[in-house]
Design a protein around this ligand. Structure first.
Ligand code: TXA
Ligand code: MG
Length: 327
């Protein structure tokens, strides 16, 4: 199929395609999303095909207005209302009891549905033009780093999707935080744009994110998407300290290997790296990470050395992505 490239002034045309069961990629404040009418099984099916995504990995349903929650969720616990009041629109996805009208394909057969109201003018306007909730995973081929620019979406999905809205690079650069509001107390299933510290201001008892959390049966994970290989460039990802980056690199890679470096401080021996990106702080690092991975791949780097960060605030989500990318 030929992918149409839309400017941000052509959202009505992009929305028409969404209403004809086609896929449209669009910017949000976190990463680009790949949208389909969430209430149309045929449209949602196309997401799994275009991404090469396993169908047991459920999707987030995006809405333009808080009133639309009742179209999707059977009921909204009080704590979820409080989280919405504080963090919507924004990078927080809330898992709620699902209404039967939402196709099972969207939620991979779960009795719950993940809902997000994004804080991005283009995403919101597209949602309003479409007039329906949009199921939208990150707009990358399954397993690859999420796309933070329209060019990255194009790299992965050109020819697979009907359209792409070409907006600015995303500002946060990492995906939304996912909170399960159906468990008592609520629990963080995926760290992201809203930090634990911020969530605790509204819900002091919230269970922090635990990597590889076993469920009661001991076999599965609570947020199914997290069991998959994710965020990985073709280059090997190595988590390092700035001081010992080169020693850590030499312990795993040959001397001649092409190495990239990203972090918040300059590595001790900068001459060893083909490319170095020193970010101003953890948020800036988070915003630039996925694009840096893709640039490293385009220049056939063998290794990307990523400086470890302190596990607070956005650092929790950033380290999580680094760990998954390095697996
Ligand atoms: O920032 C974001 O969240 C981006 C933008 C486009 O909104 N979307 C995104 O979607 O990251 P995706 O599909 O890449 O990740 C969705 C995550 C997965 O980890 C999935 O398992 C989890 O949300 N999820 C979805 N529905 C769920 C449910 N009912 N219960 C538990 N986890 C769920
Ligand atoms: Mg994703």
């Amino acid at each position: 199929m030929k992918t149409k490239y839309f400017s941000v002034l052509e959202l009505d045309r992009a929305a028409q395609l969404l209403c004809s069961a086609e896929l449209i990629a669009f910017p949000t404040e976190t990463v680009y999303g790949l949208g389909a009418n969430a209430m149309d099984v045929a449209a949602v099916q196309k997401i799994f095909v275009a991404k090469g995504r396993p169908s047991d990995n459920p999707l987030i349903v995006h809405i333009a207005d808080r009133n639309q929650v009742s179209l999707i969720a059977r009921n909204v616990p009080k704590i979820a209302e409080q989280l919405m009041s504080r963090f919507w629109p924004g990078p927080l996805t809330i898992v709620l009891p699902k209404r039967s009208e939402v196709p099972d394909l969207v939620t991979a057969g779960l009795a719950t549905v993940a809902v997000r109201l994004p804080n991005h003018p283009i995403a919101l306007e597209l949602l309003r033009h479409a007039g329906v909730p949009l199921a939208a995973p990150s707009a990358n081929r399954s397993g690859r780093p999420s796309a933070t620019t329209w060019q990255a979406v194009s790299e992965d999905l050109d020819g697979w999707i009907a359209g792409l809205v070409c907006g600015e690079p995303t500002t946060l650069g990492l995906e939304s935080t996912v909170v399960d509001a159906t468990s008592h107390p609520p629990r963080v299933l995926r760290p992201g744009g809203v930090s634990l510290e911020q969530l605790q201001e509204v819900c002091p008892s919230i269970e922090p994110y635990v990597r590889n959390l076993p469920t009661q049966s001991g076999s599965a994970v609570n947020s199914p998407g997290l069991k998959y290989k994710h965020y990985q460039p073709s280059a090997k990802v190595l988590i390092v300290s700035a001081v010992n980056a080169v020693a850590e690199l030499e312990s795993i890679a040959p001397q001649m290997s092409v190495a990239y470096y990203i972090g918040v401080s300059q590595p001790a021996d900068p001459t060893r790296f083909r490319c170095i990106l020193v970010c101003s702080n953890a948020s800036d690092y988070a915003a630039k990470l996925f694009d840096f991975f893709r640039r490293a791949d385009l220049s056939a780097a063998d290794v990307v050395c990523c400086e470890a960060v302190e596990e607070v605030g956005i650092g929790v989500a950033l380290l999580d992505r680094l760990q998954r990318a390095s697996q």
